[in-house]
Design a protein around this ligand. Structure first.
Ligand code: FAD
Length: 311
């Protein structure tokens, strides 16, 4: 058994494990894919103090930093069940897909999230070559250019407002007959001169020249007509899904979006179980925030372990 078991090896989990190991706790970290979403990222320009890096490089540095400590790294391990301790100070248990199970007095959940894909031709092929998911991350790469935002919920409309300030022109594409974002956001969006809004528009393809995105094809769901918009970038904003499906039966409190509910100390509703990063209710999903949250969860686990008698 470990004193602290971290589930998830992205920025949040890596930070958490380094912090608990530095407190002298026996620490294990189990991850389906060490590195997490960072592995799918190309240029990273907002990891403060590092003006430019690339996803695979940052993932290797996370692994190297974890490797500096006596941390038991278990890569390619998918957790499928959490069995919380029956009393405070007791052992929690995590069961993995391969049948193995691990126990620890404190658990830090950092299983991250995944962007919902459109699932149209061109989306995968041009990922990081015009197809983007994070306006905070990639907006400045499209300075002065034409982009589309797919999705008319709050995140899509916020992204369109954000991008309109940076890029040349934004086309917001919504599948439904009306936008679903809060009225105040819709009003703001409609006040912007360089934004077009398309509703009842089903994106059917993202096109490119073999190198980069050059357009988007959509079908007007009322007339059935197909149209093309010429542009250089497409931001897909149809939802960020937390990797928490496996926790639904555990007694852990989740939000209506499936995010793990945490307080300002990264504590969940279950004593000794903490959570950090994109899988939680923390606002804004970013690398630097996930690392801060992972560190915070680790310090809270430390606090819990020194105050709680082993049961
Ligand atoms: P993740 O990175 O999602 O890591 C989750 C970890 O949990 C992984 O190791 C995963 O394999 C593991 N896991 C999941 N389920 C299980 C399970 N059941 N059992 C065991 N392990 C599991 N942010 C920025 O700040 N700047 C950027 O430029 C930027 N660009 C991005 C570009 C792209 C294409 C994407 C997808 C994201 C980008 N982000 C960027 C967002 C950033 O990557 C995330 O906010 C950050 O990685 C979240 O860290 P995390 O540790 O919470 O989760």
């Amino acid at each position: 058994p470990f004193e602290v078991l971290v589930i998830g090896g992205g920025p949040a989990g890596a930070a958490a494990s380094v912090y608990t190991a530095r407190k002298g706790f026996s620490t294990g970290i189990a991850a389906e894919r060490f590195g997490g979403q960072v592995l799918d990222t190309m240029g990273i320009e907002n990891f403060i103090s590092v003006p430019y890096t690339e996803g695979p490089k940052l993932a290797a540095q996370l692994e190297a930093h974890v490797g500096e400590y006596d941390i038991d790294v278990m890569n390619l391990q998918t957790a499928k069940q959490l069995i919380p301790a029956r009393q405070p100070g007791g052992m929690h248990e995590v069961v993995f897909e391969n049948g193995a199970s691990l126990k620890a007095r404190s658990i830090i959940l950092s299983t991250g999230a995944r962007w919902r894909n459109l699932g149209v031709p061109g989306e995968f092929e041009y990922r990081n070559r015009g197809v983007a998911y994070c306006p905070h991350c990639d907006g400045p790469l499209f300075k002065g250019k034409r982009v589309a935002v797919i999705g008319g919920g709050n995140s899509g409309v916020e992204a369109a407002i954000d991008l309109a300030n940076i890029v040349g022109h934004v086309t917001l594409v919504e599948f439904d007959s009306k936008l679903r974002a809060d009225q105040v956001l819709q009003d703001k969006l409609r006040s912007l001169a360089n934004v077009d809004i398309l509703v009842s528009a089903q994106t059917t393809e993202i096109t490119g020249d073999g190198e980069r995105v050059n357009g988007l094809v959509y079908k007007n769901r009322e007339s059935g007509e197909e149209k093309t918009v010429e542009l250089e970038g497409v931001f897909v904003q149809i939802g960020l899904v937390p990797n928490t499906e496996w926790l639904k039966e555990s007694g852990l409190e989740l939000s209506k979006f499936g995010e793990i509910m945490i307080d300002e100390k990264a504590a969940t509703n279950l004593p000794g179980i903490f959570a950090a990063g994109d899988c939680t209710t923390v606002p804004y999903k970013q690398i630097i925030i996930a690392m801060g949250e992972g560190s915070k969860a680790a310090l809270s686990a430390f606090d819990y372990l020194i105050r709680t008698q082993p049961a």
